[in-house]
Design a protein around this ligand. Structure first.
Ligand code: DGT
Ligand code: CA
Ligand code: CA
Ligand code: ZN
Length: 576
């Protein structure tokens, strides 16, 4: 791995932290910090300069000593001086600096007097009441330390996007109710539509930041305050979700929205784009020297860089900048494009509603069709259907279809894939259905090759319409079973069937990069709620966010088709 500017900067920051804990010369510390900032902001990689033997002391703030360290870091991957410094102190001691209220002086004291060397020993000492005994620290600091440590461990905790949505909406309403607030936006991974969210990043354009902070922290659903600053505050909600708020002036709103939407990788690529024009892009705006080129809106920033506005879901530095520059970004699918749902359960297996209730609610949502796809007999825990019960169900579907005008219920099944890849119901009945979904609900522990071949065999069945939730993962709960998804995608393409993007917030299976691959390989995707009640209809929105992250357009998605068009598509998946 070549040493990037960011790596060099991190080494210099570390050196500055260590020197500070040691109580070293302030000028030396500042020199390291300045150098870190300069190196990070450079428009070119220093590794290239070192290779070309260019003179690094030409850079502002880099003297002979730092220039030698940069060459050493690039050439050997380490610096003897920084390593020696690191070894003179416990390896994790700089972690203590991440606790608010703990600066180098206090860390030095904690180390000298209580032998505190890392976060676990800090926590132990705080719990034992030892910190309050130190001169200049006290009981209040001890409490702050404990809650900060808790918050840190909590921050590794992630939430399903669907879990966070109602909290985000409620807090947005709360902020909009503040008279000083002109505009509220939610940035971060939430805006990018990620499947899980680490924390919420709120952004407000307001003139009186202090008043907005007061209003924010007075929120009734607040558990505790993690930070209260002039333009930035953080709190944790009772549900455990952390929220950051930043207040910015009007002229920076678009730049801040772009910056805090991220992703970090996208931001870095955008900053390079600006630097190529000798401009500077940061959370305050796009600047040519001292002059702001843009900043109030995202649109103006992208336009100044001669790019199309990039939808947040694509901002992961996966080719979106090049596409935006060529004006060839895909027109991403939208919720309104969806005209039906091909995977839903009723009371016949483990659903909560009748077929008629499910159909009427789909029709009210503006859909043209719904497939009822209950479980098959092997899934006894879900009251799966055998052939004779399925035949009875088909009669009920005929009856409801008779009564409903301008809407179509498709006859379907979610049939289990058995151990050997055969299906859990006889061909004779599968042949009578419009939609045959094949699913893995057992034998998750096969080898990747066995699992892949088992599923490919199920896809080869002449009646198969599509494979449901292809990897079986449950977000934050269960990893995917071992399976070669690219091979499944290639096989589905040859076979001429579809793959599902299951919109259940805990599944979102296929994931975004597999959606992108399926699109490239020309395999149609069907986005389904897998609804087990009429309330589950809302999950379609989660599925759409995922599809957008996978670069999917309306054309790639089966259930954007009209009733007539989809009937033909469904027939075309049949091989008999
Ligand atoms: P999360 O909260 O883990 O689900 O993910 P994000 O993307 O919301 O990340 P977060 O909350 O840490 O930061 C929000 C955005 O702020 C992030 O997507 C990009 C921007 N950002 C944060 N730190 C940095 C940084 O060190 N450099 C750059 N260029 N951008 C950053
Ligand atoms: Ca975030
Ligand atoms: Ca954040
Ligand atoms: Zn299902």
């Amino acid at each position: 791995m070549p040493m990037l500017n960011a790596d060099i900067a991190r080494q210099f920051e570390l050196a500055a932290d260590l020197l500070e804990i040691k109580g070293d010369n302030p000028f030396r510390i500042r020199a390291y910090r300045n150098a870190a900032r300069i190196v990070e902001d450079l428009p070119h990689e220093l590794a290239g300069w070192v290779a070309d033997e260019k003179d690094l002391t030409e850079l502002p703030g880099i003297g002979k000593d730092l220039a030698d360290k940069i060459s050493e870091l690039v050439n050997t991957g380490t610096s003897v001086a920084i390593d020696t410094l690191r070894q003179s102190l416990p390896p994790h001691i700089t972690d203590l600096l991440t606790i608010p209220g703990l600066g180098p002086k206090r860390v030095k004291k904690l180390y000298a007097e209580l032998k505190i060397t890392d976060l676990p020993s800090l926590k132990q000492a705080a719990e034992a009441g030892q910190i309050r005994e130190l001169a200049g620290l006290g009981e209040k600091t001890e409490k702050q330390i404990l809650s900060a440590i808790e918050a840190q461990t909590d921050s590794s905790r992630r939430f399903l996007r669907a879990t966070v949505i109602p909290y985000a909406d409620a807090l947005q309403t709360h902020l909009q109710a503040c008279a000083r607030v002109h505009r509220v936006a939610i940035a971060g991974s939430y805006r990018r539509g990620r499947e899980t969210i680490g924390d919420l990043d709120f952004l407000v354009w307001a003139d009186d930041a202090a008043a907005v902070m007061e209003h924010f922290l007075a929120y009734e659903d607040r558990q505790d305050t993690l930070a209260h600053g002039d333009t930035k505050s953080s709190m944790r909600l009772k549900a455990g979700i952390q929220v950051d708020l930043r207040v910015v002036p009007k002229e920076s709103f678009g730049a801040a929205l772009h910056y805090f939407t991220g992703s970090k990788a996208h931001n870095i690529a955008m900053r390079k784009e600006a630097q190529q024009r000798k401009w500077k892009l940061n959370e305050y705006g796009l600047f040519d020297g001292e002059n702001a080129v843009a900043g109030e809106t995202e649109e103006a920033i992208f336009a100044a860089l001669e790019m199309e506005w990039i939808p947040p879901e694509l901002r992961e530095n996966r080719g979106e900048l090049a596409a935006a520059a060529e004006h060839s970004l895909p027109k991403l699918i939208e919720l309104d494009d969806i005209r039906g749902n091909l995977h839903a359960h009723s009371r016949w297996s483990d659903g909560k509603n009748t077929i008629e209730e499910m159909a009427r609610s789909a029709k009210e949502a503006g859909y043209e069709y719904l497939a009822i796809t209950d479980h098959s007999q092997r899934l006894t825990v879900a009251n799966g259907l055998n052939e004779s019960r399925l035949r009875e169900q088909l009669e009920e579907i005929d009856a409801v279809n008779q009564q409903m005008k301008g809407f179509r219920i498709f006859k379907g099944i979610e049939v289990d894939i058995l151990a050997d890849g055969s299906l859990d119901l006889p061909d004779s009945i599968l042949r009578e259905l419009d939609v045959v979904i094949v699913s893995v609900h057992s034998k998750f522990n096969l080898s990747a090759q066995e699992q892949t071949e088992r599923i490919m065999r199920a896809l080869d069945h002449p009646c198969t319409t599509f494979l449901a939730h292809p990897t079986g993962r449950l977000l934050l709960a269960r990893p995917p079973y071992p399976v070669d998804v690219p091979r499944l995608i290639a096989h589905a393409c040859e076979r001429g069937c579809f793959l599902e993007l299951n919109a259940n917030p805990q599944r979102l299976d296929l994931n975004e990069s597999y959606c992108q691959l399926a699109k490239e390989e020309g395999v149609p995707i069907v986005i389904n709620t897998d609804a087990h009640s009429t309330h589950d209809a809302v999950h379609m929105a989660t599925g759409i966010a995922q599809a957008r992250r996978g670069w999917l357009t309306k054309d790639h998605v089966v259930n954007t088709r009209s009733l007539k068009a989809i009937q033909k598509m469904l027939r075309d998946t049949r091989l008999d």
